[in-house]
Design a protein. Structure first.
Lengths: 180, 327
């Protein structure tokens, strides 16, 4: 596991600044479609959310000019990306690398909280439920993106691998090796 | 002989991560108030428990099921069902604290190995031997208030195996007797399985300064860049008389990896890692670290340098009561 105290990598300026002018409606639709496909493949994640499957989460990558409203909606999730201040039940803020690293098992959420790389506000119980549900789901967003890319799977994989190597951001699942 | 490492798992994914990282034994609990880590999104349903135990066994690891809260009057069947379900799922032992549950398990599930939870706060040999004679307890998890010398003295007077915490969160009180969380929120680890329940925690970030409230009480405020502790009253920052500070306990984690040789000499059987509320990333790293350490200890090699500082609360560690300096 990378050491979070060694500073999380920040999103490069070029893609970050692209989000300043990119139309966000298609981005929101694409992310909603991605989330719904994930939901179909990982229904247990929503069961684990329990009573918080209807909560509204603001995910705020602090190195991007946008934030996201994630509504799990009991397994029919919706994602809304905005440059404005969003309203929700809970807010999780930190560098994109930290947020994706938690999803992929590269970083421990509590350690990021201790080191102040991660900020949590609002319904703390909902945040815990989301963190635990995602951690248990063992998601690999790169593998999911490839699976959804059909004939473009191979170039998508190459692009992800290149981006991961260049930025240091964990874009794919951190596999636990057999230590023994 | 290799000391057994007993590793936490809050989810099936963490259980698999612990086993893959080299855990000899994993402990976990059902998703209800029968275990002392009853947090949102955490723990195992019955099917997950059965599958998790099967996975561990297929890799040569054991699973202990923590049923270590105190049964609420009138609701004992919830705890009794948990014990029965642990046995039918194939658990290698249950970890109990409640005297009534120990008696129930001994009489209704005699073939199920019984461990005494740290929540029972058994801190001397007479007490431990009483549990062994009366309820057939085979192992005791010692409270985090004993020095290495005191642990050695206990082991000299009992045949019961001893298990001690070596890494993770610390409690300032003798376990099972702390009511601080209950005072602020009405819920405690002893009864509801939650210390400082997340539903009662409120963080506020003000230009980088982080305030934490528990049950409406502001319990600490850290400045920008300063490490943050868990939102527990025992780690809170308070004003008393003329001083302001951590009146109960500093926000640090236990790390006794350097004491493994002394704990071995003191007769300790198993080393326990705290953190069922932590992620699989934490579990994998800590387990791998301690497995390397106990294997080095058994082989007579120097202990490897640890890499766990970033995972500790307040990003600082202590050997706790094992090296008592404050008495």
């Amino acid at each position: 596991m990378p050491d979070p105290s060694l500073h999380l990598p920040l999103c490069p300026r070029l893609p970050a600044s692209a989000l300043r002018w990119l139309p966000l409606v298609p981005v929101s639709l694409a992310l909603t479609d991605f989330a719904r496909r994930l939901a179909k493949r990982h229904p247990a994640m929503f069961r684990r959310l329990g009573g918080y499957a209807q909560a509204r989460f603001i995910l705020d990558p602090t190195d991007l000019p946008v934030s996201m409203l994630l509504e799990p909606r009991g397994g029919a999730p919706r994602v809304h990306v905005s440059r404005r201040k969003l309203q929700g039940d809970a807010r999780i803020a930190g560098p994109l690398a930290g947020l994706l690293g938690m999803v992929h098992g590269a970083y421990d959420g509590d350690a990021l909280f201790f080191s102040r790389d991660l900020v949590v506000e609002g319904d703390t119980a909902a945040v815990l439920a989301l963190r635990n549900a995602i951690d248990d789901a063992e998601l690999d967003l790169s593998a999911e993106a490839q699976a959804m890319s059909g004939p473009l799977s191979a170039p998508v994989k190459r692009l992800i691998t290149l981006t991961e190597a260049r930025t240091g951001v964990a874009l794919s699942r951190h596999e636990e090796d057999y230590g023994w | 002989m290799v000391m057994e490492i007993v590793c936490p798992a809050g989810t099936p994914a963490s259980l698999r991560a612990a086993v893959k990282a080299g855990a000899h034994t994993v402990y976990c609990g059902f998703a209800d108030e029968t275990n002392a880590r009853n947090f949102p999104g955490l723990n195992f349903d019955r099917t997950e428990m059965r599958d998790g135990i099967a996975f561990a066994h297929s890799h040569g690891a054991k699973v202990l099921v923590a049923i270590n809260t105190f049964a609420r009057a009138g609701s004992e069947p919830l705890w009794h069902r948990a014990i029965a379900n642990a046995e039918s799922a194939g658990a290698d032992a249950v970890i109990l604290a409640d005297l009534g549950l120990l008696a129930h398990a001994a009489s209704h599930h005699p073939g199920l190995r019984r461990h005494l939870s740290v929540q029972a706060a058994a801190a001397n040999a007479d007490m431990i031997n009483f549990y062994a004679r009366t309820f057939g307890v085979k192992r005791v998890v010692l409270p985090r208030v004993l020095s290495v010398a005191e642990i050695a003295a206990i082991n000299a007077e009992t045949e019961v195996e001893t298990e001690v915490f070596v890494f993770g969160g610390l409690c300032v009180m003798a376990e099972g007797r702390c009511s601080l969380s209950s005072y602020a929120t009405g819920q405690s680890p002893n009864m509801q399985g939650v210390c400082s329940p997340a539903s009662h925690v409120d963080y506020h970030d003000d230009a980088g300064a982080l305030s934490a409230k528990l049950g409406g009480y502001t319990i600490h405020r850290v400045t920008k860049g300063e490490p943050a502790p868990y939102p527990t009253l025992c780690k809170g920052c308070f004003k008393a008389d003329q001083s302001t500070g951590h009146q109960f306990e500093d926000p640090v984690s236990l790390n006794a990896e350097k004491l493994i040789p002394q704990l071995f000499k003191a007769g300790v059987t198993a080393l326990k890692i705290e953190g069922r509320q932590r992620s699989r990333a934490y579990v994998a790293q800590v387990v791998r670290n301690f497995r390397a350490a106990v294997d080095a200890q058994a082989a007579g090699l120097p202990l490897p340098e640890g890499m766990l500082a970033s995972l500790t609360e307040g990003q600082a560690a202590t050997a706790g009561a094992y090296k008592k300096t404050w008495r």
